[in-house]
Write a protein that binds this ligand. Structure first.
Ligand SMILES: [Zn+2]
Length: 154
């Protein structure tokens, strides 16, 4: 399916595609979990990190994550439709360029600010830190910088 998902790009040659969700439900009662079998492939297709996308699902669904037997699982039972809707929202906010709608974007991170930059048209969008996911992105960036600094001194 095309990356923009529920929108009306009818061009079958639209080059930004992502796999459809493939999930399985495990467990019973309140032990039910949804295994996102091909979430890694979806993340590759939308060019975003797996931990970030999973974090977003946890925030949106108010649930928790666990790696079980090499499967990325969320606590609770969720349908592909719900997962699609959340991914659509994530792509709208964190992947697509606000100006030209191109999904070819990347983050530029400075101390307390995250900017989303479009590779196609150069549009720069500020993403505001009053958002849990932005807080998470900033925290992760700090960890990476810390590790790099430690390595360069050793
Ligand atoms: Zn753009």
């Amino acid at each position: 399916m095309n990356i923009i998902g529920n929108s009306d790009i009818l061009d079958e040659y639209y080059r930004y595609q992502r796999p459809e969700f493939f999930i399985t439900i495990t467990g019973k009662g309140n032990k039910k979990r949804t295994a996102l079998i091909n979430i890694s492939d979806i993340c590759v297709a939308i060019n975003r990190s797996l931990p970030e996308v999973i974090k977003y699902y946890c925030y949106e669904l108010g649930t928790s994550y666990k790696l079980i037997e090499a499967h990325h699982t969320l606590k609770g039972e969720f349908t592909v439709r719900v997962l699609d809707e959340i991914l659509h929202k994530y792509i709208q906010n964190f992947v697509l360029c606000k100006d030209c709608n191109n999904p070819d974007t990347f983050y530029k991170i400075r101390k307390t600010k995250v900017k989303k930059i479009c590779s196609a048209c150069g549009y720069v969008e500020k993403l505001y830190p009053d958002n849990k996911l932005i807080e998470y992105i900033l925290k992760e960036k700090k960890k990476i910088d810390f590790n790099i600094n430690c390595q360069s001194f050793s």
